[in-house]
Write a protein that binds this ligand. Sequence first.
Ligand code: MRU
Length: 350
Amino acid sequence: MFKTIEWTGDSVRMIDQTLLPSEEIYRTYHDFREVAEAIRSMVIRGAPAIGVAAAMGVALGVKKSSAETVPDLRRDFETIADVISKTRPTAVNLFWAVKRMRETFENVLAGSGSEAEKIAQARARLEEEAQRILAEDIAINEAMGRHGAALLQDGAMVLTHCNAGALATGGYGTALGVIRAAVADGKKIAVFADETRPFLQGARLTAWELAKDNIPVTVITDNMAGHFMQQSKIQAVIVGADRIASNGDVANKIGTYSVAVLAHENQIPFYVAAPLSTLDMDISSGDEIPIEERSPQEVTHWCGIPTAPENVEARHPAFDVTPHRYVTAIITERGVAREPYTENLKALFG
Ligand code: MRU
């Protein structure tokens, strides 16, 4: 099995998701700015994986910092956190991970010991914390799988959008983790993978990792989903999320909203699988979720080849918001939440 991301001791190694499925190449980064660039350019992507990469980027930056005093190290920490926080705005896991690393850092500095001891301890604790975030993420996905598997019937054809699999997380996946758990329970599950224009996470990544696991997968273009739903070929939809507001509104890959509306129209359950680190309890609705606008070049070109007339205007909002009324249930590591989400998510969140 491939490793989406790992800490090597003095660098961060990740599979280059821009090259899949044609090439399985691993990149090794020795500098936090390279990790930030890998997040921005989508060498690594998917909300939980972005969170892990952000944490490892912070640990790497602090480890490589030449600071010899606490104020200098704190100044370097702020620079590192700032550079990493400015990579992608929608996946809240990124900010969650940076906050967790900051808390670890501040706890060490508030503790006892000489300045040199605190600096050494901060480096070691941040390294440990980043690895803990990775290990926890995999365990959380497995727990989500256990909670969500019961929602998928034996023999179901499940539609997914984008990639919410092992590649989008520390491993196992959120939406694909639920599918993997249902398959492990002995259910026969097949998957329709939406191609997911314009970055093709469905065709390139979801199809690649499901095929590796021998889970039957059929790639369809995004505009075919309605047709197959109308023909009763799809029994459930399951997707991941980049940020969930406290009222249950879900930001996920552009096109998810259309899939949710189609599922509603065709009375097909629409499930979202996401860890609690994707829940943003500070915002009351999806209106407050920042939507990343990526380069129009990603819409007008593929692999540098134009697919639209030169200089034509194009837009590329990378995410959309699905109102909670279209969400049948949200699967988390602590259980499954349904309407009313404001109360039920709060109860799960603790
Ligand atoms: O732009 P991406 O590829 O980072 O977008 C990823 C998604 O939208 C995923 O569905 C989401 O992050 C959940 S991943 C478990």
